[in-house]
Write a protein that binds this ligand. Structure first.
Ligand SMILES: Nc1nc2c(ncn2[C@@H]2O[C@H](COP(=O)(O)OP(=O)(O)OP(=O)(O)O)[C@@H](O)[C@H]2O)c(=O)[nH]1
Ligand SMILES: [Mg+2]
Length: 206
């Protein structure tokens, strides 16, 4: 655990924000990569901030769909993090949605050192139809993904462990998903060390 803490005590620096495929060409570092993805407002940016221990590294906001770019961060020269735009924003126009879907498809296809997508699911809401859709999308592309439940501190009236078990049961239908689910709260720091340990493991694999 101490090694994990030491890893994340190092610097994490903004690399660039890509708004279109051509921008990937400006990324000069060659590192194993991890992407954070999930519905709009699920807590992607907050989770990146919690993992790296920086309050405002990835902008977190109350405005869904705010992160409209793929934002890259260099973690200690060991891992590249990509904060992906969220999906499922009800107010987004269809042409915009299609544009972002194809940009993300391009991202998933071309980032050769992408080791894992951290797929965030709101612990209060469970797996929605569009989450299943994105999982099926990654299954077809054989993109390895780890499901992380967010906002565990907000779960009321149900047992978070039961929520974990239910989501794990649903993942059996998704071949590219890692079989176990992590429960987190960026607000309370719950599950953050477990996720950090997993990321350090990915970095160690190179
Ligand atoms: N209670 C609680 N709120 C959280 C947690 N994580 C995120 N939030 C809140 O949820 C809202 C959205 O968080 P973001 O981190 O901006 O979500 P995002 O997935 O990056 O959103 P987009 O980039 O817009 O798709 C913010 O108001 C956060 O403060 C958490 O663990 N607990
Ligand atoms: Mg965001």
């Amino acid at each position: 655990m101490e090694d994990v803490r030491r890893f994340f005590a190092q610097s994490c620096d903004f690399v660039l924000a890509a708004a279109q495929p051509e921008h990937f060409g400006s990324i000069t570092v060659d590192l194993p990569e991890v992407a954070f993805w999930g519905r709009s407002n699920v807590g992607k940016s907050s989770l990146i901030n919690a993992i790296t221990g920086r309050k405002n590294l990835a902008r977190a906001s109350n405005t869904p769909g705010r992160t409209q770019q793929i934002v890259f961060f260099n973690m200690a020269g060991r891992l590249l993090f990509a904060d992906l735009p969220g999906y499922g924003h009800a107010k987004a126009p269809k042409v915009e949605v299609n544009k972002w879907n194809s940009f993300i498809r391009y991202y998933l296809k071309t980032r050769l050192r992408l080791r894992c997508v951290i797929l965030l699911i709101d612990a209060r809401h469970g797996v929605k139809a569009n989450d299943h859709e994105m999982m099926t999308f990654m299954d077809k592309m054989a993109v390895n993904y780890q499901v992380v439940l967010t906002k565990a501190d907000q779960v009321r009236g149900s047992d978070p462990a039961a929520c974990v078990a239910e989501v794990e049961a649903q993942l059996k239908k998704h071949p590219a998903a890692r079989p176990t689910v992590m429960l987190t709260s960026s607000e309370k720091g719950l599950g953050i060390d477990e996720l950090r340990a997993f990321l350090v493991e990915l970095a160690a694999m190179g």
